[in-house]
Design a protein around this ligand. Structure first.
Ligand code: CA
Length: 237
């Protein structure tokens, strides 16, 4: 989850590649820069980047030809930086393998948001799906009835909002498995919502207040420091 993602930038304008490198590095990405297509392809084979950003206009190769060349070797996601609005049609229309594009001048925060969104989608695809046939979960004193959307603790019904229920159900379906806040955001809220990680914290706190005997010392919804949360199923039931 926390391994550093490598992004290779192929861009012949040092002013732009330097800004990109400084900015994306700050957010934890490892950045390599090539100034032409030839070097870019060599570095790609060498570094095996997780993501590539290509300038459309390079000194030795057209961005579209470069994109095709990359696609013939790898499925790495490609974002194209194009200088002119008219290129947009080309980028979108030709279907030569780019995943995304931005027109210069572009916003760094927008670029970062797109890259982050890509990796969040990617990570969420690696998440285990909720097991089937789990309409009724009995975990210690807690019963979760998926169909009725009902939760009871020691036989007493607890009123949960729809999202609280989904979060509890997801964790309970994967008991004793630790999830990061980002993973829970993706799984419960959906990757399309650019939710704040603190949302998860708030919902966990609310759930604890509703299902735990002592919310400050939770038995079920445990914090795993530095990682995230898990639904713990202890033996004493
Ligand atoms: Ca250029």
């Amino acid at each position: 989850m926390n391994q550093t993602r490598k992004i290779l930038i192929i861009e012949d304008e040092p002013a732009i590649s330097r800004i990109l490198k400084d900015y994306l590095s700050k957010y934890g990405y490892e950045i390599a820069i090539a100034e032409n297509a030839h070097d870019g392809l060599l570095m790609m084979d060498l570094l095996q980047p997780d993501y590539m950003i290509l300038d459309m206009m390079l000194p030795d190769m057209d961005g579209i030809d470069l994109c095709r060349e990359i696609r013939s070797r790898s499925n790495v996601p490609i974002l194209i930086l194009s200088a002119r609005g008219s290129d947009t049609d080309k980028v979108l229309g030709l279907g030569f393998g780019a995943d995304d594009y931005m027109t210069k001048p572009f916003s760094l925060s927008e670029l970062l948001a797109r890259i982050n969104a890509h990796f969040r989608r990617y990570d969420s695809m690696l998440l285990p799906p909720a097991p089937e046939n789990k309409d009724l979960l009995q975990l210690g004193a807690i019963t979760i009835d998926k169909r009725a959307h009902m939760v009871t603790v020691d036989g007493l019904e607890v009123a949960l909002s729809a999202t609280e229920f989904e979060l509890l159900y997801y964790l309970a379906c994967h008991k004793n498995q630790v999830f990061s806040k980002i993973q829970l955001l993706d799984a419960v809220w959906g990757y399309t919502s650019y939710g704040d990680e603190s949302t998860v914290t708030v919902y966990i706190r609310r759930l604890r207040e509703k299902i735990e005997v002592k919310p400050s010392a939770p038995v079920y919804l445990k914090t795993v420091w530095g990682v995230g949360y898990k639904f713990s199923q202890d033996d004493g039931r």
